[in-house]
Ligand binder design. Structure first.
Ligand code: PLP
Length: 396
């Protein structure tokens, strides 16, 4: 039997970039004590008060089919939150509740890309981006960025690939780089989208984790609300990764089509999960700050460790739960460094190459273990890099 071309092509035929991660998991299964600084998952669980709200909703009977675009009160809450943060008039008509940010990314590309069309995204990128685009039958086109420019995209690089493209996907605060796009970067992106008539898909799932600078949603830039689809999620802001709940904020006509897509795919999100999300969002910024705090703290610890040597350098780390480290003075690729670190010190990090060529010679460190273990692991990593450092590269 023949499997469809579209689905068999999702990974593009190559490695999915997660080899080091899977190797670490195999070592753990064999009883090796590996410190995992790989995936973007908090070391705390969902807050007990959110779970209590979920329990109340489920035992209270909210276990049947929920209305497909999302329950009205949650759509209202998300719309009010977005309007508060951006100043852009937003109503529930602009909101579709989705089973997590990932399904929102897929749906957003379904809404904006035709089969065989070109869809742009910025490298380094969150690992699922190209596969998500292939999954809707479109062709992923990576726009490179440069480490020495802190991975901020250049408008002219986007414009150079814009002919025949229908969408551009961006992500700020960024996974994997930890960079927050500046107003200037976002204005350049917006201008390019307007000039080349591109939809802008803005993945803002880390918008509550900003350590330096400010998060600007491009939907708030002039004339952008009508061409922007914002992807949001409760996964990172409220440590609700396993609850699978997020949203798309878009023009109401787009939401109508997306609601049709949801009817024929997910059939919505469980009502008791939506009630828990609504409870969480109405607790105000203190709960979000509490959930983000460990990453703020560990970023400060990491900056001190990195400042004490000159082999490994840190890309600004303005937001999100990751550090992107430049390990090129060791003479190794990110992949070789990550493998060697895992083999010799049982510390697992992600090779930069997993996120595209732009991050070659870098590694991504997730700040997702408790502070003392994190500090010790990072110190070990840095000492290991120093022992490898090629003298001439180190001196430059
Ligand atoms: N976007 C980015 C940049 C991510 O890092 C992730 C998860 O790590 C997602 C989207 C998807 O998150 P979720 O589907 O859990 O909402």
């Amino acid at each position: 039997m023949q499997i469809s071309q579209r689905i068999s092509n999702i990974t593009g035929g190559g490695s999915d970039g997660w080899d080091v991660f899977y190797k670490a998991r195999r070592m753990i299964a064999d009883g090796v004590p590996v410190t995992e600084l790989t995936i973007g998952e908090h070391d705390i669980r969902t807050d007990p008060t959110i779970l209590a709200a979920m329990d109340r909703a489920a035992t209270g009977g909210h276990t049947g089919y929920a209305i497909v675009p999302g329950i009205q009160t949650l759509r209202d809450t998300v719309a009010a939150r977005i309007q508060d943060r951006t100043g852009v008039p937003t109503t529930s008509r602009n909101i579709l509740i989705t089973p997590g940010g990932q399904s929102a990314l897929f749906a957003a590309h379904m809404a904006t890309c035709s089969p065989g069309g070109r869809a742009l995204y910025i490298a380094p990128y969150y690992a699922t981006y190209p596969g998500t685009i292939r999954g809707v039958g479109a062709i992923p086109v990576a726009i490179p960025t440069r480490a020495h420019e802190a991975f901020q995209p250049r408008a002219e690089d986007i414009a150079a690939e814009a002919a025949g493209a229908s969408s551009l996907l961006i992500n700020s605060p960024n996974n994997p780089t930890g960079v927050v796009y500046s107003r200037e970067t976002l204005e350049g992106i917006a201008q390019t989208c307007r000039e080349h008539d591109l939809w802008l898909i803005s993945d803002e799932v880390y918008d509550t984790q900003v350590w330096q600078g400010e998060h600007i949603s491009p939907r708030a830039l002039p004339d952008m609300a009508k061409r922007t689809l914002v992807v949001g999620s409760m996964s990172k802001s409220h440590a609700m990764t396993g609850s699978r709940i997020g949203w798309i904020c878009a023009p109401d006509e787009v939401i109508d089509h997306l609601a049709n897509l949801a009817t024929h795919t997910t059939y919505g999100v469980p009502g008791f999960i939506q009630d828990a999300a609504e409870y969480a969002l109405t607790q105000g910024p203190d709960l979000e700050a509490k959930i983000a705090e460990p990453f703020r703290r560990r970023r400060a610890l990491a900056r001190d460790i990195i400042a004490g040597q000159n082999t490994v350098s840190l890309i600004p780390a303005q937001g999100a739960m990751y550090l992107m480290l430049d390990i090129r003075p060791t003479g190794l690729s990110g992949e070789d460094f990550a493998n060697a670190l895992l083999d010799t010190h049982h510390i697992a990090v992600m090779p930069g190459e997993s996120f595209g060529k732009s991050a070659a010679g870098h590694i991504r460190v997730a700040m997702t273990v408790e502070d003392s273990k994190f500090t010790k692991s990072l110190q070990t990593l840095v000492t290991f890099a120093q022992t490898l450092a090629v003298p001439s590269a180190n001196a430059s």
